[in-house]
Design a protein around this ligand. Structure first.
Ligand SMILES: [Zn+2]
Length: 398
């Protein structure tokens, strides 16, 4: 029995006995090695001074929880120059000092916390006979190592919402590896610029046109190549168009109403064709005539402006898709004398960024996917998570 169990306990231990109960298995074990190194001077010793036991929770066995009772020795240090008289042996692969669970159980529970968050991890772990409280799982996640990512070369910077409309953070995505490179707790210029200074290998930065990020990039990575984000560019264009159309909305509304009036009048005339026009019909037609003339004039004046804007919008939308040979500067020149002049003026400074959208293969497309992963994790934490915990769960792929 002990021989078959051997692979199920840490390799540096030897099983002495196994006691099995319906819900629980107790394994008594001792270190395989008869000697141990002094914790201060590293000199090996086999001079036993005393012994003590450590009780550790370990990986479950067939649905039963396992208690690992390890009998450890206290040894004398034989090195006269060493400040320590005695030391206790600690097999390094078994457990951290003072821990109440084996290292391998700790690792497993930490991964439960990373994958599921505190409460769901605690519920599942209970069923798997490795119970711990939700706060224990979260503590393991917080205290765990942050993976050391390779320094990114091509990144996208975008915001993510802690609470929509209220509090935002910044997400940095490694576009070459398609993973989140880091998560920042806010979107302050200084914080983003400092991150960029800590990552001098970044060469290409895809971003939206938010002033915060363009300024942060100017301060933190002045040498980097900017690529404006297609999606945000087109959204900005949509907003500019909406603004233009909104301004013309009153006009359009009244034109539409007139059209409706005219259609209704035409329908009435159609219905009453059999009946000759009455004096009342003639009066109504005469009354509406000036209004119809006015709206015809309005349509004549406004429709070309809107058609012009629509044409510019279509030409612009083709550019970031690489479907247009029109130089960005030509488009900007044309747009400056149109109803989209405010949008064009805003783009003037980012003209190089737009050209790079066409010239370089990078886009912030993968960012949306990463942000939705981030949001899923955030929601599973019921809004109680601290930033560090969220960052750990996002940066540690499970
Ligand atoms: Zn020593």
């Amino acid at each position: 029995m002990p021989k078959r169990l051997r692979p199920f306990i840490p390799p540096s231990l030897r099983v002495v006995s196994v006691t099995s109960e319906p819900q629980h298995v107790t394994v008594l074990a001792v270190p395989r090695s008869l000697t141990a190194c002094c914790s201060a001077c590293r000199l090996r010793s086999d001079s036993v001074h005393g012994s003590y036991g450590r009780h550790l929770a370990d990986l479950p066995w067939q649905g039963r929880s396992v208690g690992l009772h390890v009998r450890l020795r206290r040894l004398r240090c034989r090195n006269p120059a060493c400040p320590r008289r005695t030391f206790s042996e600690t097999p390094p692969d078994v457990a951290a000092p003072h821990a109440r669970r084996s290292r391998r159980l700790h690792d497993l529970q930490r991964h439960f916390g990373l994958a599921l968050g505190g409460a769901p991890a605690a519920r599942l772990a209970y069923r798997l006979a490795i119970p711990a409280s939700p706060s224990t799982f979260l503590r393991f996640v917080r205290a765990g190592p942050t993976p050391v990512a390779l320094p990114p070369r091509v990144i996208a910077i975008d915001e993510w919402a802690w609470r929509r409309g209220c509090r935002y953070g910044t997400v940095i995505v490694d576009l070459e590896r398609r993973v989140i490179a880091d998560l920042l707790p806010d979107r302050e210029i200084e914080v983003v610029a400092a991150w960029l200074r800590r990552h001098p290998r970044v060469e290409i930065i895809a971003r939206d046109r938010a002033e915060v990020y363009s300024e942060a990039v100017r301060q933190g990575a002045p040498e980097a190549v900017h690529v404006l984000d297609r999606w945000h560019l087109l959204r900005n264009l949509g907003e500019a168009l909406q603004e233009v159309v909104g301004g013309e909305h009153a006009v359009i509304h009244s034109v539409t109403r007139t059209l409706g009036d005219e259609r209704a009048a035409a329908l009435r005339i159609e219905q009453n064709r059999a009946r000759p026009a009455t004096a009342s019909d003639r009066r109504k037609l005469a009354r509406h005539a000036p209004r119809r003339a006015r709206h015809a004039e309005v349509r004549r004046l406004h429709a070309p402006k809107l058609a012009d804007a629509a044409d510019l919008a279509v030409r612009f939308a083709r550019m970031p898709r690489g479907q247009s040979s029109e130089p960005v500067t030509d488009w900007l020149a044309a747009a400056r004398s149109s109803v989209l002049k405010r949008f064009a003026a805003g783009l003037q400074r980012d003209a190089a960024g737009i050209e790079n959208v066409i010239a370089l293969p990078w886009s912030t497309g993968p960012v949306e996917g990463e942000i939705s992963r981030l949001m899923t994790i955030k929601r599973s934490m019921y809004g109680r998570a601290g930033f560090e915990l969220l960052r750990q769960r996002v940066l540690n792929p499970v």
